[in-house]
Design a protein around this ligand. Structure first.
Ligand code: AKG
Ligand code: FE2
Length: 215
């Protein structure tokens, strides 16, 4: 990969931006060896390893398809390439807990593949008090993404869900982090095959007897 220079102290920047804004958009935010492991893993996976994504508990296939079209593959420690990212995210979790006392307890993530025409309509990843997902992460894995390839992540204001704050190009190594119950967002239709890893840090509120939406 040409001209990949890791940003300086990404965890530090993420913690700083989360504290001041609840959101951080950082290009070149992950070590190249982690990104290369993910690319190598994607090259091993076939379409059969990806499943249609659901919406919360809904199993209404047609309704789900009006909201999101991506296909997903959950990452798991048992695969050594996937384990590299999970180990890195564990480091991030420990860092954020030390720095911001966030009480993050676990992390789950999936590859997402948006084929040409696929989108994800405006949504929140969590509803206040209804989930233990507190922090969303999205990592993009698309070398040479062009402006005309579409597929931007559009982020809206927490206090006005109609007001667009920013558009993020899904470029290789760009890493987005935001408070899951604050920022509405959507994925515009992709005009090229678009790969990412979407993930969530959770707090442990099982003592409240919550049953979180199943995967
Ligand atoms: O891929 C993206 O840019 C965002 C995906 C997303 O919003 C999600 O999976 O919840
Ligand atoms: Fe989302």
């Amino acid at each position: 990969m040409l001209a990949y220079q890791l940003s300086e102290a990404p965890f530090d920047t993420i913690a700083h931006d989360l504290r001041s804004h609840g959101i951080c958009i950082l290009p070149k935010a992950l070590p190249l060896d982690v990104l290369e492991a993910l690319q190598a893993r994607l090259a091993q996976l076939s379409q059969h390893d990806f499943n249609e994504a659901g919406i919360g508990r809904s199993s209404d296939h047609e309704k789900n398809r009006t909201i999101r079209r991506d296909k997903i593959h959950w990452l798991d420690d048992s695969d050594p390439l996937e384990a590299k990212l999970l180990a890195h995210m564990q480091e991030m979790q420990d860092f954020l807990n030390r720095r911001l006392f966030m009480g993050l307890f676990s992390y789950e993530c999936h590859f997402a593949h948006y084929q040409v025409g696929d989108f994800y309509k405006k949504h929140l990843d969590a509803f206040k008090g209804r989930t233990n997902r507190v922090l969303t992460t999205v990592l993009y894995l698309n070398p040479d993404w062009q402006a005309e390839d579409g597929g931007e992540l559009v982020i809206y204001a927490p206090d006005d869900h109609e007001r667009e704050l920013m558009r993020v190009k899904p470029e290789f190594g760009t890493f987005v982090t935001f408070l899951s119950d604050e920022y509405p967002h959507e994925v515009l239709p992709a005009k090229q095959s678009r790969f990412s890893v979407a993930g969530w840090f959770r707090v442990n509120d099982s003592i409240n007897g919550h049953i979180d939406p199943p995967r």
